[in-house]
Design a protein around this ligand. Structure first.
Ligand SMILES: Cc1cc2nc3c(=O)[nH]c(=O)nc-3n(C[C@H](O)[C@H](O)[C@H](O)COP(=O)(O)OP(=O)(O)OC[C@H]3O[C@@H](n4cnc5c(N)ncnc54)[C@H](O)[C@@H]3O)c2cc1C
Length: 484
């Protein structure tokens, strides 16, 4: 078959973060033939994998901006989408808290929220706040309560969206770092090394790589700035210290360092805001100290000895607002840029806006018989009777691989056969949480390596943690379990 015909799509979406995943899904739902090209070995390896995971209410954005518009719309869309995908979403609401001098700041956020159409905002007194959050510091005098804020797992969401798109005909190309874009007779050729895909439309959702994609296409120049955010994650024993995200008053640098529960039951502290010249995700002692000091000023009794993991994510900014637009220079080229916070909350609304814009640019919608993706088994959601029945059919659902997160061999096997096969241990971790518990993989990593080696029929030495990071270099003793 002619190479061009084989790889011909209506739309090539570049970048499989939360924005590209939503865009691919929205266009597939409208009947477009979509190819999602991702530089990484998996979906959601950019900003989407390391953020605060909050579907913000939308009171913080300056009225009239893209951020305000997309955040408030996106917030309203999430619950329905989560239900369709079988993804967890928790309606916690959120609080911005302040000492006695902070009332004016809270009132300003309240006014912005009203202008943006955020429902249910309330300014609460110290006593009202203490009823909601007993561990708040005694210095906290006022708080802004936003009941529409929610929590999700961003990388799980992106993976589910991509899997659902694939089930409905979209194609995902991993390890496809776009390095050349040409256009002949109105058709883009999008290349990664020797590989090429062809389409009439491109949507650039490349996050930190968006400026480079615009350059390759000959579209508008984009200036990017990077701000790193470091985090501490505490064990599940600490997950109930607060019941919702607790923010300080925002500053020019951002929303500040917050304390929040996660959908998995841990406690998350962070992020810092450090301007960096190049994209990097190291964690520093200075950053960790700052998190400890600032979170302790808001919440009493935080037990930092329960820290199980430190990590960082990078906000990618271009000016003060999101850029979401059809290029004026290159026909049928759409680009997103500077999708920092609240990009997660905004992503479904950004995707619908782009899908509408592409229709106006000539992409004809088609009726689709939409198929739901089958969610993976989650043994923790089953009743004892249901679990016993499942184990009677397949004993692997009774064999725990990850003790901390209680994940069974049967569940891991399902994921290894899924529509997007995780190529690394970290890929399995992102889908199911093995290695994410208190022991951080001390017990389950060898078992995961064996399972992946069997499932993919490759030697254990070829199973990587992430990228090229090896896990096994050589056997440590004669007769060791990894000797083949
Ligand atoms: C510390 C921090 C906290 C945050 N907290 C929140 C929050 O609580 N709520 C909220 O709403 N938002 C939050 N955000 C913002 C949110 O995480 C981002 O807006 C969102 O993840 C951006 O998604 P994206 O798809 O645009 O980018 P990314 O997730 O970065 O995805 C871009 C993808 O493009 C790929 N790519 C790059 N170059 C190429 C290329 N040449 N070829 C192919 N692929 C390429 C990358 O590999 C990547 O996978 C936070 C961000 C940070 C960093």
């Amino acid at each position: 078959m002619d190479k061009q015909i084989k790889n011909q799509y209506d739309v090539v979406v570049i970048g499989a973060g939360i924005v590209g995943s939503f865009v691919c899904n929205a266009l597939t739902q409208r009947g477009a033939k979509v190819c999602l090209c991702e530089a990484g070995e998996d979906v959601s390896l950019g900003a989407t994998k390391a953020n605060s995971a909050i579907i913000h209410a939308g009171y913080d954005c300056v009225p009239g901006t893209n951020k305000a518009k997309f955040n408030v719309l996106g917030n309203k869309m999430y619950e329905k989408i989560a239900k369709r995908l079988g993804e967890k979403i928790i309606k916690t609401g959120s609080l911005v808290v302040a000492d006695k001098d902070g009332l004016d700041g809270l009132k300003e956020l309240y006014r912005r929220g009203e202008a943006n159409g955020v429902a249910g905002l309330e300014i609460l007194s110290h006593n009202e706040l203490k009823r909601l959050e007993p561990n708040l510091s005694d210095e906290i005098a006022y708080g802004l309560y936003a009941p529409t804020a929610k929590l999700i797992s961003p990388y799980n969401f992106a993976i589910s969206l991509c899997e659902e798109s694939i089930v409905n005909g979209a194609e995902l190309k991993l390890n496809f770092k776009v390095d050349k874009i040409c256009k002949n007779s109105g058709i883009f050729e999008v290349k990664s090394g020797e590989n090429a895909v062809f389409a009439k439309y491109i949507v650039n959702c490349a996050g930190s790589g968006c400026a480079e994609i615009n350059r390759l296409a000959g579209a508008e120049k984009i200036d990017l700035k990077f701000t790193k955010g470091e985090y501490i994650i505490l064990d599940k024993t600490e997950g109930a210290v607060v019941s919702r995200p607790i923010f300080p008053l925002p500053t020019k640098k951002g929303k500040g360092i917050l304390v929040l529960p996660t959908v998995s039951g841990n406690l998350l502290l962070g992020p810092t805001a450090q301007d960096i010249s190049e994209y990097e995700t190291s964690v520093s002692t200075a950053g960790i100290s700052e998190i400890k000091q600032k979170t302790s000023a808001m919440i009493k009794g935080l037990n930092f000895r329960k820290a199980i993991k430190f990590y960082a994510g990078v906000r990618v900014k271009s000016g003060d607002d999101f850029i979401v637009k059809l290029s004026d220079k290159v026909e049928n080229f759409f680009y997103t840029a500077g999708i920092a916070s609240p990009g997660l909350a905004s992503a479904p609304a950004i995707a619908e806006y782009i899908a509408d814009s592409l229709e106006r640019a000539g992409l004809k919608p088609k009726t689709v018989n939409w198929k739901l993706r089958k969610p993976y088994t989650n043994t923790k959601k089953l009743s004892l009777g249901e679990l016993n029945a499942l184990i009677a059919k397949n004993g692997k659902y009774g064999k725990i691989v990850c003790r901390c997160e209680e994940i069974t061999e049967g569940e891991i096997e399902e994921v290894l056969k899924g529509p997007i096969k995780p190529l690394t241990v970290e890929g399995v971790k992102r889908r199911l949480r093995p290695t994410m518990g208190r022991c951080q993989g001390s017990f389950c990593t060898p078992l995961l390596i064996e399972m992946m080696s069997r499932a993919y029929k490759v030697p254990v030495e070829e199973i990587r943690f992430r990228g090229e990071t090896p896990l096994i270099v050589s056997p440590v003793k004669e007769g060791g379990i990894y000797e083949g």
